[in-house]
Ligand binder design. Structure first.
Ligand code: NAP
Ligand code: ZN
Length: 345
């Protein structure tokens, strides 16, 4: 069916109105009318072809919340009227080792991204949440807690799970000193989750002005990464670092913050960056990466947020304000996630 959307048409021009076709419902499909869609830095990377040429017109958006308006004949988990979410993936092979373990994001045959992905099963390119509605197989649809404001829930579908998953994987626990690097969409959720897990949380930021906010979000301390003296005072003291910086950068000053045997997990920069071997060798330090989270884990994270009243701090925008939002995001001027009210499309 013909659906209103907003798309990037090339890497330089502003995003604008577009129409796309959504498939008619198959047996396992859920038809979702989108209420809100969060704006992830990955949307911007894709629109600008930062990660290689995008498939234009590209319709970004993978922090989707909305209501079920129709279901296919074999859908068992959802019914019309349910409040649901869709994150970064819409399909995976469902039979490899990773999929069997609920790690669809590491599907050995490659998962299908919610946008700008080749759709191996249905053909064409996937279109994301900057649109009126979306059709997704039920395995990739999440239950959304009904006690939380929907616009504040949307960013949990990417920023939430991308920070939750590494914090859980590296077993962050009470008393650990955890540093979250970069206070943006991902970083602010990292602070909230690390705090909820009982850690002593240090916000590591380039923006001195964000310090007070970081404390309100739950940080116990703020460390200004540009201040070499402050960085020195925190050397060898961290149990875990979650690095959300969106571009390649000098990781060595951050690695020096880690204690013996501890890990810095990268979730932002995907480009090559230089690592000083001595910095790893001298304290048997680790550098690692993590990609979003599986569907089961995403549901666990959403349920946890419902129980603990954890949501994203959002600035709700109209669809036509997206280009201005991208400019602000590029300047690290986001508090702390833009969310599009899809009524304004
Ligand atoms: P964001 O809202 O723009 O936040 C990024 C923050 O990083 C900025 O607010 C800024 O924080 C800091 N920063 C920006 N440029 C920097 C630089 N050159 N040097 C040092 N710090 C810098 O972005 P986001 O939506 O949180 O996304 C972060 C990255 O994660 C993006 O690259 C995105 O594509 C990626 N991502 C990865 C996954 C995954 O599965 N691994 C999932 C979603 C997103 P301060 O002002 O505090 O310094
Ligand atoms: Zn994202």
């Amino acid at each position: 069916m013909t659906t209103k959307a907003y798309a990037a048409f090339n890497a330089v021009d502003p995003l604008g109105a577009h129409t796309i076709e959504r498939r008619t419902l198959n047996a396992k499909d859920v038809f979702i009318k989108i209420d809100y869609c969060g704006v992830c830095h990955s949307d911007l990377h894709t629109a600008k072809s930062d990660w290689g040429p995008a498939n234009y017109p590209a319709v970004p958006g993978h922090e989707i919340v909305g209501r079920v308006e129709a279901v296919g004949s074999e859908v068992s988990k959802f019914k019309v009227g349910d409040i649901v979410g869709v994150g970064c993936m819409v399909e995976s092979c469902q039979h490899c080792h990773s999929c069997d373990e609920g790690l669809e994001q590491y599907c050995e045959n490659g998962f299908t991204g919610t946008y700008n992905s080749k759709n191996s099963k249905y053909g064409g390119i996937t279109y994301g949440g900057y649109s009126e509605n979306i059709v997704v197989e039920e395995e990739f649809v999440l239950n959304v807690p009904t006690n939380l404001p929907l616009e504040n829930v949307a960013p949990l579908l990417c920023a939430g799970i991308t920070t939750w998953s590494p914090l859980r994987h590296w077993n962050v626990k009470k008393g650990d000193k955890v540093g979250v690097v970069g206070l943006g969409g991902l970083g602010h959720m990292g602070v909230k989750f690390a705090k909820a897990m009982g850690a002593h949380v240090v916000m590591i930021t380039t923006s001195e002005a964000k310090g007070a906010d970081a404390m309100k979000l739950g940080a116990d301390e703020v460390l200004i990464s540009k201040d070499a003296d402050q960085m020195k005072q925190h050397a060898y003291s961290f149990d875990f670092l979650l690095n959300t910086i969106p571009v390649a950068h000098d990781v060595n000053p951050y690695l020096l913050l880690l204690k013996l045997d501890k890990t810095m997990c990268m979730v932002g920069a995907i480009e090559p960056f230089p690592i000083h071997g001595g910095v790893l060798i001298n304290k048997r330090r680790n550098i690692a990466g993590s990609l979003i989270g599986g569907i089961k884990e995403t549901q666990e994270m959403l349920d946890f947020c419902g129980e603990h009243g954890i949501v994203s701090e959002v600035e709700v925008i109209n669809m036509h304000e997206i280009n201005e939002a991208y400019v602000r995001m590029q300047k690290s001027d986001v508090k702390y996630r833009f969310v599009i009210d899809m009524k304004t499309l």
